[in-house]
Design a protein around this ligand. Sequence first.
Ligand SMILES: [Fe+2]
Ligand SMILES: [Fe+2]
Length: 135
Amino acid sequence: MAYKWSDDLLTGNMQIDNEHKELIKAINDLLDACSKGKGRTELERTVKFLSSYTKTHFAHEEALQIKYNYPDYNNHKKYHKYFVEQVENIHKKLLAEGSNIVLVGEINNKVGNWIINHIKREDVKVAQHIKSKLK
Ligand SMILES: [Fe+2]
Ligand SMILES: [Fe+2]
């Protein structure tokens, strides 16, 4: 299953939205590599890219939160840390086991669905906060 970008994922912050689009594409590329039985090189490439892009995006988002004094920064940072751990866990399992149906399920639940919910519940609040500070 591929994740589709839709406008209900827009936070209204252009930088954050563009990075979210890239993140969803990275998740789809990984799922694609897993489900289409692509080789190990492609599995490793896609999971590594997802892992590094996640860290880049979270660092940007956290820097914006500090810059604009986001009141829920500490919790938000914890959510990000949790997600990074999930991706690293999946990375390790992929290296050890290769792709399998259980892992594809984990990628959907712990990565794809998680990020969609996080964007809608948390990142939207961050973008609104930044917008309110810019007025
Ligand atoms: Fe976030
Ligand atoms: Fe985000």
